[in-house]
Design a protein around this ligand. Structure first.
Ligand SMILES: [Zn+2]
Length: 104
């Protein structure tokens, strides 16, 4: 089965309506062809010790809740490569604003 794998209907009641699609249907800030889902779970292929690569490959699973019966199910699974942004842990001076820490 080629990725992305989509489950277009609820496995319980076979409705295609999901809570997120329902909520986003009339939302002008979301493009019409954008894939929307309530939850996204990313599972990397790489071991945590090998995550020094500029991209992290893995599986992104989208979960949503059926708009008819309320069943939560996986609506889509896709392979993705996410750019890894390395957090700088040193070199940034810690700014301290005495006004915001003043006791009232
Ligand atoms: Zn359902």
């Amino acid at each position: 089965m080629p990725f992305p794998i989509e489950f277009k209907e609820c496995p319980i009641c076979h409705s295609e309506v999901t809570i997120c699609r329902l909520a986003c249907a009339d939302e002008p800030s979301i493009p019409k062809d954008a894939y929307v889902s309530l939850e996204k779970v990313f599972t990397p292929f790489q071991q945590p010790t090998q995550m020094l690569a500029p991209v992290m490959k893995g599986i992104l699973c989208h979960f949503d809740v059926c708009g008819k019966c309320g069943h939560r199910y996986c609506v889509r699974a896709e392979k993705v490569s996410l750019p890894v942004t390395v957090q700088q842990t040193s070199g940034n001076p810690i700014r301290f604003d005495p006004k915001s820490h003043r006791r009232l």
